[in-house]
Design a protein around this ligand. Structure first.
Ligand SMILES: Cc1ncc(COP(=O)(O)O)c(C=O)c1O
Length: 395
């Protein structure tokens, strides 16, 4: 018997919700009433222990400056990763950032000079490129290789590109958004070896690490690269895991003592980014301490959503392929067999079907002909979206 009802449709309108109230931000062609399966948060209610922790905190009625630099907070993070991933984090090495993306931007500034280069693997979560370029650094693209079914790392290309004397950081997305790969131990080790031999820092964005599809296992980069852990920074957060993105709290794991000092200077002295809100703190503690069964059941629900999409496409739209995700709740759909150009694909989604999916080319030119579908919603929403695509293709 299921304990949680992920089928429940929650009306998120008029809550200042980006996904539903700011739909036109998805794309300039997006309409205000399009069915939104874009930005990566979930349409599910948070788990009850989180709601109760927040109620309790609200009832205290005083919401002054707060800090998560407490034993209770650090233990909740430590215990979660130890139990879930057998990943032992030194509690002293957990640093606060309001988000993973701001942390990546800060780290780029700390670890590189203007004109230096950062390696990314497109198609990839679009802020990676933006944060590099907007901070006057350059992107080196080690494109992932697509064989029509799945994606692999092009290690030969990486080996060559890592030799560039201006290359300073490898920005790894693990699990990978949008292609859904959960990197294997051997793959991670090869990346680490290449970075190690070229003295590159590794920023490992593991924000999706708790959202893993059935049969796969996330392996923290620092665990595989224990011998190189001083040069690996891991970015994690409760945001994707427990649907707490609006709380703005992430945990950045920095082992290198020199870098810790530079981080503190950048975050505190230069930017004056303070401490998390009291709500972020209590909801994170409740999530990590009390919501394991919720995420386990949620992952099963998400597996089922993916299976539905896969089956639906095979039966109704065999020219559209689901790139089977191993992690994340993002479905990466390949429309290339139709031969649409970018404008035609956009028109199909936003004008004919009126569904809001992220267009693949936003993740790099490698994403042309693909769309990214956020499946973290009730199955009824997915069914509606698939039906709309089918109808639109039949017009
Ligand atoms: C790989 C990846 N990193 C970071 C983020 C966002 O992180 P934050 O909201 O903590 O800045 C996302 C959100 O979709 C993501 O997919």
């Amino acid at each position: 018997m299921n304990k949680y009802n992920f089928d429940k449709v929650v009306n998120r309108e008029n809550t200042g919700c980006v996904k539903w109230d700011f739909r036109t931000r998805c794309n300039e062609k997006a309409s205000k009433d399009g069915l939104p399966l874009w930005i990566a948060d979930m349409d599910f209610e948070c788990a009850q222990p989180i709601i109760e922790a927040l109620h309790k905190r609200i009832d205290h009625k005083v919401f002054g400056y707060s800090s998560n630099d407490t034993k209770e907070y650090k233990e909740s993070v430590y215990n979660w990763y130890k139990k879930r991933l057998d990943f032992e984090i030194d509690k002293e090495n957990i640093f606060y950032s309001p988000g993973v993306v701001p942390a990546i931007a800060a780290l780029i500034n700390i670890l590189t000079d203007e004109g230096d280069k950062v390696i990314i693997q497109k198609p990839v979560y679009h802020p990676f490129e933006a944060k590099v370029e907007n901070n006057n650094r350059e992107v080196i693209n080690n494109s992932l290789k697509y064989d029509g079914k799945s994606y692999k790392i092009d290690f030969e290309d990486l080996q060559e590109k890592a030799k560039d004397s201006k290359a300073k950081i490898m920005l790894l997305c693990s699990p990978h958004n949008p292609v859904g790969r959960v990197w294997k131990k051997e793959e991670l080790r090869k990346v680490i070896d290449i970075c190690k031999s070229n003295n590159l820092w590794i920023i490992s964005d593991e924000i999706h690490c708790d959202l893993i599809r059935n049969g796969y296992k996330h392996i923290p980069t620092q665990k595989v690269g224990y011998d190189y852990k001083d040069k690996i920074i891991t970015c994690t957060a409760p945001s994707k895991t427990f649907n707490l993105a609006g709380m703005h709290l992430s945990n950045i794991i920095i082992n290198n003592k020199e870098l810790q000092k530079k981080w503190e200077f950048e975050i505190k002295e230069k930017l004056d980014i303070g401490t998390p809100s009291p709500f972020a703190i209590v909801s994170t503690i409740a999530g990590y301490n009390e919501c394991e069964d919720w995420i386990d059941e949620l992952n099963k629900y998400l597996d089922n959503n993916m299976e539905f999409i896969d089956k639906y496409l095979k039966e109704n739209l065999p020219k559209v392929k689901l790139v089977k995700p191993e992690g994340t709740y993002l479905a990466w759909l390949d429309f290339n067999e139709y031969g649409f150009n970018e404008i035609e694909l956009e028109d199909l989604m936003f004008k004919k079907a009126n569904v809001l999916f992220n267009q693949g080319d936003g993740f790099g030119k490698e994403g042309r002909g693909f769309v990214r579908v956020n499946t973290a919603c009730p199955l009824s929403t997915i069914k509606e979206a698939m039906q709309r695509i089918k109808d639109a293709l039949e017009i």
